[in-house]
Design a binder for this molecule. Structure first.
Ligand code: KIV
Ligand code: ZN
Length: 514
């Protein structure tokens, strides 16, 4: 019998802290439902004190999810903890995750607190969280660079105060696998009552070893891993859920533990997160990249045809690559449409919302012969984004290109309901459209990224556009999808501008605006 390994997914919290990866409440619920369907043990739904929107999102996830523990993050202070407790209260099983930094550099330069005060704050925070729930997790932030004796004392105090899970974060992705495994081993040996808690790893990928570090921790006795779909997360990201889960599943013989994850939903979860955030998955990414199971070289193909195991250590269908995909088209009815969306985790608030979505589906089906799951997800995300675009909304646009002169764009946008039009020329159609919209919005920003991705194959595929804008250090991503990529680009640009015009949220660790 192998030990259970707890999968703690933080796509909705640490993943969302990735610049530009912010999600709407509906998108968070869709991702949470997908995580629940995959049988993720714990879903960290957000940082409730960051903003009223974050609070509502955690509360909505706590209400929607039944089979996973729903967790809220809180710094080690009463206000954060009470707010997190309020947000996760509707959950069938709730957890509060409280943290404070323990490395010399963080205590001195960020917290401006002497170590003894940090130790006392850690114990008090866990105690306060325990007044709300029995399920409390404590993290010493930047544990990878913390001084060992002090770390042991803080963890001893946290366990004594009632923490049931001790999570060890390599916050800045600095530690190497042998070191990180050694750290877990040492803490399990030295901290009094270490055997009374679950040890957990939380690794960042700055040096490309987040998954290796997490697996080293498992080898050293950690029985919870914190990870995200597609490795989304701060800077270079967090350890990727799909890689951890499949490493442990494929090499159960080595790790002696296993997760309860239903791996056949992994590819769908990866696509969902990528569509919602606009963060494309690189083709050669393990497990979920388009090439992960493709055999290019002739010699490999020959081997795979003779015997799959010659070059494949996992089956593509086990992670959902060949999952039966229902294709919808213009003759599909409302019922088939609603049923498929429900299976993808999308619920409608009454007939009105369903009818609107169905009308958009019919519009798309007139332009595109076959509608795949990815098209449906893009359709729903697109509507979510547009609903958010309260200030500026695209009304109409015309673009002209010729081999003789610069392209011209005429764009009409409503700004708080009032119609405004501008014409602009540019280096290409997209450039001209962006200039016209920037002129209308009057919002200075710099374009940091523009990417177009075909959602499915074929020339009638929808183009999914991501636009990243930066203003005063704040970065936002905008998304748009349409079978016409210039229209998709205009929607993505407007989506980003609208986000820049909303109030920023607070980052739990740096305190900066995101
Ligand atoms: O990376 C980190 O240290 C964190 C903590 C809040 C656990 O995300
Ligand atoms: Zn983190």
């Amino acid at each position: 019998m192998s030990d259970p390994l707890i999968i703690f997914d933080t796509t909705l919290r640490d993943g969302e802290q990735s610049p530009g990866a912010s999600m709407t409440l509906d998108e968070k619920i869709r991702i949470a439902r997908m995580l629940e369907k995959m049988r993720v043990d714990v879903i960290e739904a957000g940082f409730p004190i960051a903003s009223p929107g974050d609070f509502e999102a955690v509360r909505a996830v706590a209400t929607a999810v039944k089979d996973s523990v729903v967790c809220g993050l809180a710094r080690a202070n009463s206000a954060d903890i009470d707010r997190a407790a309020e947000a996760v209260a509707p959950a069938s099983a709730a957890r509060i995750h409280t943290f404070i930094a323990t490395s010399p550099i963080h205590m001195r330069d960020k917290l401006c607190m002497p170590p003894e005060e940090v130790l006392a704050a850690a114990a008090a925070a866990v105690k306060r969280a325990r007044n709300h729930t029995d399920n409390v997790e404590f993290s010493p932030e930047d544990a990878g660079r913390s001084e060992r004796d002090f770390l042991c004392r803080v963890l001893e105090a946290a366990i004594k105060a009632g923490a049931g899970t001790i999570n060890i974060p390599d916050t800045v992705g600095y530690t190497m696998p042998a070191q990180f495994g050694g750290l877990i081993q040492e803490l399990r040996e030295r901290v009094p009552n270490a055997d009374k808690v679950v040890w957990s790893a939380h690794c960042h990928d700055d040096l490309g070893v987040a998954v290796a570090n997490s697996l080293a921790a498992v080898t050293a006795g950690a029985r919870q891993v914190e990870c995200t779909i597609n490795g989304l997360g701060e800077r270079a990201g967090n350890a990727s859920l799909e890689e951890i889960v499949m490493a442990v599943r494929t090499r159960r013989d080595f790790f002696n533990c296993d997760t309860r994850i239903e791996t056949k939903h992994i590819v769908a979860a990866s696509r969902l997160v990528s569509t919602i955030t606009g963060f494309a998955v690189q083709p050669n990414k393990a497990i979920v990249g388009a090439n992960a199971f493709a055999h290019e070289a002739g010699i490999h193909q020959d081997g795979v045809i003779k015997s799959r195991e010659t070059y494949e250590i996992m089956r593509a269908q086990d992670v959902g690559w060949d999952a039966n995909r229902m294709v919808l088209g213009k003759h599909s009815g409302r019922n088939a449409f609603a049923t498929r969306l429900r299976e993808l985790g999308v619920e409608f608030d009454g007939d009105g919302e369903l009818n609107e979505a169905f009308a958009r589906f019919k519009e798309l089906a007139d332009k595109k012969h076959e509608i795949f799951d990815e098209d449906l997800q893009a359709l729903v995300s697109e509507a979510d984004h547009r609903q958010e675009d309260e200030k500026l909304q695209l009304l109409s646009m015309e673009v002209q290109s010729s081999t003789e002169g610069a392209p011209l764009a005429k764009v009409t946008v409503t700004v708080n309901g009032e119609q405004r039009s501008r014409e602009a020329s540019g280096n290409g159609q997209v450039d001209a459209v962006f200039r016209a919209i920037a002129d209308i919005a009057g919002c200075e920003s710099s374009l940091q990224l523009y990417s177009v991705n075909a959602i499915t194959g074929g020339t009638d595929a929808q183009g999914e556009v991501t636009v990243r804008l930066e203003r005063d250090g704040r970065i936002v991503n905008g998304h748009g999808a349409d079978t016409d990529i210039v229209i998709a680009s205009a929607r993505a640009y407007l989506n980003a501008v609208n986000k820049l015009l909303t109030a920023p949220r607070r980052h739990p660790q740096t305190g900066g605006a995101i």
